[in-house]
Write a protein that binds this ligand. Structure first.
Ligand code: CA
Ligand code: CA
Ligand code: CA
Ligand code: CA
Length: 478
């Protein structure tokens, strides 16, 4: 079989080499330098096909192309919210360019984009290339009757046990997602279900493995959950009580080995004949089903750790992890660790090395009197506009954070802002505005804007735009 692949390769070799050369800016003139952004797309033309295998062969044996496209620079480590439209003070849609409330989420649709973010692996799993996670495509069918009904709702501990015991699509390392991982699937800017269409979703509440630790809510035992009928994070009592249970979608780390140089499609560190063969077998035999991720897109795209380090039982009591519901957030502790996550620059700014975002260390001193207090609370429109025009610490490209960026600062071990935890300081609990509008509130006369309630337990998802809250500006650090 190897020989026949080689014959195909030589036959197509010249054509492939020529097509790559034509995309070379040195020859084509003025074009953007192509780079490899997706596993297997060796010639960086946006698709993974036979040409990519041939390019490796001609590179190896004909010396053409002499070099393969580089791996792309990573996207920021926070996923885009999906919101692309802008809204006025009254909550009605407006043109982003003419918006009074300049600098809102629709203007800055940054972060790792939804386009090409997910791959349906065809075996009931979906790979998220932005976060390096693999998900169950369908809502978990707990009673295995082939359909998703109320019988597939679980109490929190049951959900954890289900994922721990799950052997699915050839993997046995499934777990219940933590709150941040679950939130990464919530897609803004569309109606229910607020999740990418690649998932077959029942738009209701789903459990996370993360306990609510904020007093006085913690006992009698709440856990974070996400709702895919409205873009919302909320909390639910672990024992169920009157509401019953929630649905489950298991997750695992998709990435073991990763590709650190283009052409090394099997990620063994060398570019040789095994690489086009791996690519051909992937394309035509379905094995390997998923190619190794690119190292550049892996490391920075890891979500920040929730930093929840303690396990809790169903009553909300802290207990050793081995003595309670298995597979909790504190058991796995995935994501970029808190250690060395933040670099403080001494000028009122801090860089989050995990997400690539630079933040104001303190909430914005909106009225410029040298201190931040109740007088620095402002309505939503003023908050996004303030950040948009802010010049601070030598930078003029500040903006208000979107809700996903704001969530990236949630320290789920304490409910406080992770920057404050890194500084070892204690501050009052309060809400911060995000630049994101909630356009999905069914009954609201004017769509509200979203804030994140630090020290609280939910997205402040229906906050009127006229409410006064604080804001903390952000900018891209890389
Ligand atoms: Ca290609
Ligand atoms: Ca079922
Ligand atoms: Ca290799
Ligand atoms: Ca002030």
């Amino acid at each position: 079989m190897r020989w026949s692949w080689g014959v195909i390769a030589i036959a197509l070799g010249t054509l492939a080499a020529r097509s790559l050369e034509s995309a070379d800016p040195a020859l084509g003139g003025g074009q953007r330098v192509p780079c490899m952004a997706r596993p297997g797309d060796v010639d960086a033309d946006g698709t993974v096909n036979l040409t990519d295998a041939v390019v490796i062969l001609t590179h190896l044996f004909l010396g053409s192309p002499s070099t393969l496209p580089r791996l792309c620079s990573p996207e920021r480590g926070v996923t885009a919210t999906g919101q692309t439209k802008c809204y006025g003070i009254d909550g009605l849609e407006v043109d982003c360019e003419s918006a009074d409330c300049r600098g809102q989420n629709g203007t800055y649709s940054g972060g790792c984009p939804f386009e090409d973010r997910f791959t349906d692996n065809g075996d009931g799993t979906v790979t998220d290339h932005c976060t390096g996670l693999m998900w169950q495509k369908d809502t978990a069918d707990l009673d295995e009757d082939g359909e998703i009904t109320n019988n597939d709702e679980a109490l929190w501990c049951e959900a954890l046990v289900y994922c721990e015991d799950l052997d699915f699509a050839g993997h046995d390392d499934w777990r219940l997602p933590n709150a941040r991982e679950l939130f990464s699937l919530v897609r803004f800017g569309q109606t229910a279900p607020v999740i990418d269409a690649v998932f077959t979703a029942v738009p209701r509440g789903y459990w996370s493995s993360t306990s609510v630790t904020v007093e006085p809510v913690a006992p009698p035992g709440y856990a974070w959950s996400a709702h895919f009928n409205v873009p919302r994070m909320t909390i639910k009592p672990k024992p169920g009580a009157i509401f019953g249970g929630l649905y489950v979608r298991a997750v695992r780390d998709a990435v073991g080995a990763c590709v650190s140089k283009n052409g090394d499609t099997n990620a063994d560190g060398a570019v040789d004949l095994a690489d086009p063969l791996a690519l051909l077998n992937h394309l035509f035999r379905g094995s390997p089903q998923v190619l190794p991720e690119l190292c550049t897109s892996l490391a920075p795209a890891r979500l920040p750790a929730t930093d929840q380090r303690i396990c809790y039982d169903e009553a909300g009591i802290a207990v050793p992890c081995e003595d309670t519901c298995p597979g909790q957030d504190a058991t796995y502790r995935v994501g970029c660790p808190m250690e060395n996550r933040f670099t403080f620059h001494g000028d009122g700014t801090v860089t989050d090395e995990c997400t690539g975002l630079m933040w104001q260390v303190d909430d914005a001193d909106v009225n410029g009197d040298g201190e931040t207090n109740a007088e620095d609370t402002i309505p939503w429109c003023d908050a996004v506009s303030f950040c948009e025009s802010l010049v601070f610490a030598g930078h003029d490209d500040w903006r208000a954070p979107d809700i996903r960026e704001l969530e990236s600062l949630e320290h789920y071990g304490t409910g406080e802002i992770a920057i404050d935890i890194a500084l070892g300081r204690v501050v009052d609990r309060y809400n911060l505005w995000s630049s994101t509008s909630n356009t999905e509130t069914p009954s609201a006369p004017t769509p509200p804007a979203l804030a994140w309630a630090f020290g609280g337990v939910v997205i402040d998802w229906d906050k009127a735009r006229t409410a006064g809250m604080r804001v903390r500006a952000v900018r891209n650090a890389r």
